[in-house]
Design a binder for this molecule. Structure first.
Ligand code: ZN
Ligand code: ZN
Length: 204
């Protein structure tokens, strides 16, 4: 384990490229993901085992955390390993079968102190991260890296956390209306014929 916090927790360049801009929250999510993997004693997810249940929502700031979590943990949206509860909270629970799930949240005291960084003055004026001077953003990232883990994250084991990943199936059926394939769990029946959800006339 490298002693240098910056080496451990600074996301690789590809993660910034994927994310699209430099900001402090993607790196905070990356750090959260690295710490959670270490805590669970698992390696970055290659396939479909680790699941991350984020408490973030939409239409609020700091959701960039989730790109960092994905980059670090390998629990990606495309592998359907990350989901949201839409609670509007900056926390995530990492679940791995046979292990005690662990929840990481950004401490309120950390967020309050972090808010005095110049980066947020730009954000409050409506300036997007890509328009903020690099030195200002890098100072915000460096400030987070200078804080010890215990100051940044509230960590709680969740022995009571139960999660059941959806059962996978390769089965698919052609919709009797549009002809397109639909995977089994999403097939609906209309007049005794299999249909896809958009052709079914009802929502969900
Ligand atoms: Zn961002
Ligand atoms: Zn259809």
């Amino acid at each position: 384990m490298p002693a240098n916090t910056e080496e451990r927790f600074m996301p690789p360049q590809w993660a910034f490229d994927f994310h699209g801009h430099r900001c402090p929250f993607m790196p905070l999510g990356y750090r959260m993901g690295i710490l959670a993997l270490e805590r669970l004693a698992v390696t970055r997810e290659m396939d479909h085992t680790l699941h991350v249940i984020c408490e973030l929502g939409e239409g609020h700031p700091q959701t960039c955390l989730m790109d960092g979590i994905q980059a670090a943990s390998g629990a990606t949206f495309g592998k359907t390993l990350i989901e949201k509860t839409y609670w509007g909270k900056l926390a995530a629970t990492f679940w791995y079968p046979g292990k005690t799930a662990v929840r990481y949240g950004l401490r309120s005291s950390f967020l309050d102190a972090f808010g005095s960084q110049e980066f947020f003055a730009y954000r409050k004026r409506g300036i997007e991260p890509s328009g903020i001077p690099a030195a200002v953003t890098d100072a915000a990232i460096a400030w987070t890296l200078a804080q010890p883990d215990e100051a940044v994250f509230d960590v709680a084991e969740r022995a009571d956390f139960s999660y059941q990943p959806p059962k996978g199936s390769f089965n698919r059926t052609a919709c009797s209306v549009c002809g397109e394939y639909v995977f089994e769990r999403y097939v609906r029946m209309r007049d005794g014929q299999p249909v896809c959800i958009p052709c079914s006339g009802y929502k969900g």
